[in-house]
Design a protein around this ligand. Structure first.
Ligand code: SF4
Ligand code: SF4
Length: 308
């Protein structure tokens, strides 16, 4: 018992030192409550063209099937709320994509955390996951008491809102487990009311195929006509449901220099974005998550916005 408590506190202290906002831990096992929810969401085709969401159904609900011998899921949050935002007259990029791709930044931190665990505790086997399809990161973070899943389906907390990344380290080590916090959405419906495409079809249910994030990032072909005039000037992702959430009044700026944007990204106005060239794209989005759409994808989104 003493060992477990010592190991747990070592991991949480190290997570803090590495700059994570918080760290919560759950026993690895089958996510009973999530199973019917995920199945219903997939059956209703709310994942649209994101076919990877259908893969590894069993593994996604049970990390012991994903990482052999795993005993604990360590969930970690990393703040990305920027202290500066884009020019007001610009096509918009989701705040999480301002700086260096979070996959790189977080993977490095998780590697360091695992290194400390193996150095201090011994032969612990673990795997790191960052926004990775096989792990239901929000469900694990909520189970571990890091926040509750709001009506917009993002994880949020009373202290820090929802602008952070979620990552997991799944390890074959017994630890002390945290308990979930209560839901504080109450009677609020701000996110549902503000969503430009009515993608939040019911409280806590987002139809991914109607979401602007999906249209601007996941879609490989043309953006469907039903998004016309509803994109609210978003060219990569969408933050509306989080921007209007009252708990995000408490967001504080991140302290990760790698998440700082290229100054040009902040200053460019709509005209600049309309005229963007491959060279400018490569300069501003070096190592950025925006590279996922490539230059042609971002151009497609801008052209769609230009049409109205
Ligand atoms: S990200 Fe934008 S489009 Fe998607 S649910 Fe939130 S407000 Fe709606
Ligand atoms: S806007 Fe309101 S309903 Fe939506 S997540 Fe925030 S508190 Fe919950």
């Amino acid at each position: 018992m003493l060992q477990k408590s010592k190991h747990t506190s070592l991991i949480k202290t190290e997570a803090k030192r590495l700059g994570f906002l918080s760290c919560g831990i759950s026993k690895a096992g089958f996510l009973e409550e999530e199973a019917p929810r995920l199945e219903k969401w997939l059956t209703k085709n709310m994942h649209g063209e994101m076919s990877y969401m259908e893969n590894h159904f069993d593994k996604r609900l049970d990390p012991t099937k994903l990482v052999e011998g795993s005993k604990s899921v360590i969930s970690l949050l990393l703040n990305y709320y920027p202290d500066q935002q884009q020019n007001e007259d610009a096509f918009k990029i989701s705040k999480y994509a301002y700086g260096t791709d979070y996959h790189f930044v977080i993977k490095d931190k998780l590697k360091e955390l695992l290194h400390t665990i193996t150095t201090e505790i011994g032969a612990v086997h673990g795997r790191a996951f960052v926004d990775s399809a096989p792990v239901l990161d929000k469900a694990w973070a909520a189970k571990s008491g890091l926040g509750w899943i709001g009506k917009h389906s993002n994880l949020l907390t009373k202290q820090t809102g929802s602008f952070y990344f979620i990552a997991e380290l799944i390890v074959d080590l017994d630890l002390e487990y945290d308990t979930p916090v209560t839901d504080h959405c109450g009677s609020c419906t701000a996110c549902i009311d503000a969503c430009p495409t009515q993608a939040i079809v019911d409280p806590y249910v987002v139809d991914g195929s109607k979401c602007i994030s999906y249209a601007t990032i996941e879609l490989k072909n043309e953006i469907p006509a039903h998004f016309s005039n509803k994109m609210d000037d978003w060219m990569f992702g969408c933050d509306v449901c989080q921007d209007v959430c009252p708990w995000n009044r408490f967001s504080k700026s991140h302290k990760e220099p790698l998440f700082n944007p290229n100054p040009k990204l902040l200053s460019m106005d709509k005209k600049d974005w309309e005229e963007i060239t491959q060279a400018v794209f490569s300069e501003i989005f070096k190592k950025s998550p925006v590279k996922r759409t490539k230059f042609t994808g971002l151009k497609r989104n801008i052209d769609f916005l230009k049409k109205g």
